[in-house]
Write a protein that binds this ligand. Structure first.
Ligand code: F6R
Length: 364
């Protein structure tokens, strides 16, 4: 049921504060301020390599997780598209953890990659939204997202719930590896517990984004830029826009612009910059200035401090709440989803059933 919403996608975007809170409830102990994973019957501290495999939006959640696992737990992570992983003869170290991320738990390439890793003796962990799915059944460690059924073909709430689980897993790993003491763990838990309120604050900009979408809808090409754990959000923003508005879009690591894509910039190409203030902010802003110097029209998505510093001269700005860098990818998912949603609405495309796409891709 869509309730008061026009589309399932819109409803699912607005459900995020609730479902992320619901997901976090089974991974955090708010009284003890600790991370609490389901019973793990293998020694997680012995794992010294993680292989993450997924497709599409779930792959981008995996890409954020790679930044987190390496930064917090100092565990090296290999990341691959399931369709590439299967055929590239990956070298798997004994004792490794293979982590599969999937909303449906049925994506054919991801499932085949899981079976390959299992046959190679890897420990199998899955982050899935459908608890009765094939991937859930075949895993050694099941990490469910509690997003509820996702009907819109474009994944939204499943993505932010995946990020919530992966953040908790990264923190748990870091604790087990002796990289986070009790105090630091409590700090991470505190930031995660703030995520639902921050998602609500991000959703409050819906009207503004709906108005801004009129500036995006006429474009033929759109670029998204981000850095660090927000780079995958640039890729996700571009994917969402492509799939539901049919506007060509690309996401780039902000620092890569000058290595080629900047040649595309002119006043007809909106450039959406995701830049929460923090250690990477200055670098991203200098990449943004390079774009602006070439006549690029910029939409800057940042927080109050970031917009005060760099908002001037942008075509539009969208203010996000001030958040810890750990939860920024969850919060910045909201504006990229809303930009795609409202741009598609302006264009009048079928938001819930985009052409050529299926909810679950069960062919390889
Ligand atoms: C994009 C989207 C797809 C899926 C991909 C993987 O909005 O929905 O890119 O993310 O097909 O699907 P799951 O997560 O079910 O394995």
């Amino acid at each position: 049921e869509k309730g008061n919403y026009r589309h399932f996608m819109q409803k699912e975007i607005f459900e995020q504060p609730t479902v992320v809170a619901q997901t976090l409830r089974s991974y955090l102990r708010p009284v003890e301020m600790q991370v609490a994973l389901p019973q793990i019957d293998f020694d997680i501290s012995a794992i010294d390599r993680v292989t993450i495999v997924a497709c599409g939006t779930s792959y981008y959640a995996g890409m954020v997780a790679k930044y987190w696992f390496e930064q917090f737990a100092r565990v090296p992570v290999d990341l691959d598209f399931a369709s590439e992983f299967r055929y590239r003869e990956p070298v798997l170290q004994p004792g490794g953890l293979a982590l599969f991320i999937s909303q449906s738990g049925e994506t054919a390439d991801t499932l085949a990659a899981l079976r390959h890793c299992k046959a190679e003796g890897q420990t199998i962990a899955v982050v899935v939204n459908v608890p009765t799915s094939s991937m859930a059944r075949e895993a050694d460690l099941l990490l469910p997202t509690h997003a509820g059924p996702e009907i819109g073909v474009a994944s939204t709430k499943a993505f932010t719930c995946q990020l919530a689980v992966l953040a908790a897993l990264a923190a748990h790993f870091a604790v087990k590896k002796g990289r986070l003491d009790r105090e630091a763990e409590a700090e991470v838990v505190r930031h995660l517990l703030e995520a639902p309120a921050s998602l609500n604050a991000a959703l409050a900009h819906d009207d503004e984004i709906a108005a801004m979408a009129h500036l995006i809808a006429p474009a033929r090409d759109v670029l998204y830029l981000g850095r660090g754990p927000d780079f995958p959000l640039a890729l996700e923003g571009a994917l969402k826009l492509k799939e539901i508005s049919y506007i060509h879009a690309e996401g780039y690591a902000a620092g890569e612009m000058k290595h080629g894509p900047i040649a595309l910039i002119d006043e007809a190409v909106p450039v959406i910059v995701l830049a929460p203030s923090g250690p990477l902010f200055e670098k991203t802003v200098s990449n943004m200035q390079e774009v602006r110097a070439r006549g690029g029209k910029i939409v800057l998505i940042s927080d109050k401090a970031g917009l005060e510093e760099a908002g001037e001269g942008c075509m539009a700005t969208i203010e996000m709440p001030q958040v810890h860098p750990l939860i920024a990818p969850l919060v910045y998912a909201v504006p990229v989803q809303l930009i795609a949603y409202h741009t598609a609405s302006v264009k009048g495309t079928d938001v819930d059933q985009p052409r050529n796409l299926a909810k679950s891709v069960t062919v390889e």
